[in-house]
Design a protein around this ligand. Structure first.
Ligand SMILES: Cc1ncc(COP(=O)(O)O)c(C=O)c1O
Length: 462
């Protein structure tokens, strides 16, 4: 791309494009970065700069950019049948095939897949399913959904409320009145000094039970949780956490929704985080890694317990009144089928285990003794470092300093994309599964350089 067309794309972007999750006023004057190409783990911007993507886009381009097999599957399906809907019992040959694949891959017995277009709409679908379920079995008051602070479940009206991040609520009159939040299993900020993991997990389970009792168990329908809270800080729960939470949920007949939008299909070294953390979900949310983000596609995977009630409920209420024009879009389904085939054929959970091990070794080598790093977290091919003002008695930086965002920006200038997560100063790592050893080293080393440079510029250490 020539320099003049590159500057005109920046100008058009500033003038016409309404960016998501962007400081709108600042963007109108400063503009942003325009990406024009991608191959493997490397992006090219409109000025011809190469940038290593340490985040696989938004934790989603799991097979990396420019995969010709995925491109071929998409191309072939567009030529064969570019679209047909799935309302009123219609459908394409691919919807059933893909659903079967997903059900067979699920870590717990599951029954049916409902398809959407994004993680957000899938979580809204999940809540509607849960509400319909409780109405159909005569429990019209059992409607509240409990989520965690720092949980990320999307941005639609319901799922933005479930997301436990303040900037998704402020200015939007959210959350809706049926949403409640409990504390996340974030050891650095939430665990009492000296408590063991098991004690911490039990404390959080007790708090959940206290909330359920205060609300009235007959008003609480479901608990939603990511196996690892990704956008909230790459928060890895203690192994004891989900078993303790499950006990409480079962006691009060509360459903569990496992939001596997980031963790599903291999990122943690197993196919699903549900396995890694011994979750027993009734519904699983899938998106991102289902198509490696080549085409939008999401799903709500429901258990037989839920399905049988929905099926019988549709006799009582009439046809299930929910669905999208693009539910089970055949081009997205063709892409997902090929993507899942590659993940299984190439044993990519072994790759994420191996590359994850290297990522965590590198994070330890570069950051374990760093004066600004309070915690290194992660599992499989996802990781994070948390920057703190005081390492001994952990103290966060003043958010106004924008420590992590400045470091992420510097890292991008140096040629590596990391992401500053929105709650406290965390930099995250979630590269494509196909990232090489040397690329991983460059990613971590470059972020280390950015942390040092900004840390010194801001006078955070000498
Ligand atoms: C765990 C989780 N759930 C849901 C979503 C929302 O997905 P989408 O952005 O596709 O709506 C995300 C997005 O990052 C996510 O991380």
């Amino acid at each position: 791309m020539s320099l003049s067309s590159s500057s005109s794309s920046v100008e058009k972007d500033k003038k016409y494009f309404f960016h998501p999750f962007t400081a709108l006023k600042a963007h109108e004057s400063d503009g942003g970065k325009i990406i024009v190409e991608g191959k493997g783990s490397t992006l090219t911007d409109s000025q011809g700069n190469k940038i290593l993507d340490g985040m696989a886009g938004l934790w989603c381009v799991n097979l990396g950019y420019g995969n010709t097999e995925l491109a071929g599957a998409i191309d072939a399906q567009v030529k064969k049948l570019s679209y047909y809907h799935s309302f009123s019992g219609m459908g394409t040959d691919l919807a059933g095939q893909l659903s079967e694949q997903i059900i067979n891959m699920c870590p717990v017995p599951m029954s049916k897949v409902f398809f959407g277009n994004s993680g957000s709409d899938a979580n809204d679908t999940n809540v509607k399913i849960v509400w319909f379920y409780n109405n159909a079995i005569g429990r019209p008051n059992k409607k509240k959904i409990i989520s965690r602070t720092r949980g990320y479940h999307g941005v639609t009206i319901m799922s933005a409320g479930l997301t436990g991040l303040k900037n998704l609520h402020d200015g939007f009159d959210l959350p809706l009145s049926t949403v409640r939040h409990v504390r996340p299993p974030h050891r650095l900020w939430e665990k009492a000094p000296g408590a063991t993991d098991a004690q911490f997990a039990q404390t959080l389970a007790d708090e959940l039970e206290t909330l359920i009792l205060a609300e009235g168990p007959d008003t609480v329908a479901a608990f939603i949780a990511e196996p690892i809270q990704a956008a909230g800080g790459v928060i890895v729960p203690p192994n004891e956490y989900f078993p303790a939470i499950t006990k409480v949920l079962k006691k009060y007949d509360i459903l569990l929704i496992a939001d596997e939008v980031v963790t599903g299909f291999g990122r943690l070294g197993q196919m699903f985080g549900t396995e890694t953390f011994a979750m027993q979900p009734d519904i699983i949310t899938i998106a991102k890694g289902l198509t490696s983000a080549y085409i939008p596609l999401s799903g709500s995977v429901v258990s037989e317990k839920i399905w049988s009630v929905l099926r019988d409920g549709s006799v009582q209420y009439g046809a299930f009144g929910h669905g999208y024009t693009y539910s089970a879009h055949p081009v997205a389904a063709a892409c997902a089928l090929k993507n899942l085939e590659i993940i299984k054929r190439d044993k990519l959970t072994e790759t994420t285990t191996k590359q994850g091990k290297l990522l965590h070794e590198l994070l330890q080598n570069y950051f374990a003794n760093h004066p600004l790093v309070g915690e290194i977290r992660g599992q499989g091919l996802i990781g994070a470092i948390e920057l703190v003002a005081n390492k001994e008695t952990p103290k966060p930086f003043d958010p106004a300093l924008k420590v992590a965002p400045q470091m992420a920006r510097r890292s991008m200038e140096l040629g590596v994309l990391t992401r500053a997560l929105p709650a406290s100063d965390t930099l995250s790592f979630s590269p494509p599964f196909i990232v090489t050893d040397s690329e991983l080293e460059v990613i971590v080393k470059t972020v280390h350089q950015a942390v040092n440079e900004i840390g010194k510029e801001l006078g955070l250490y000498s």
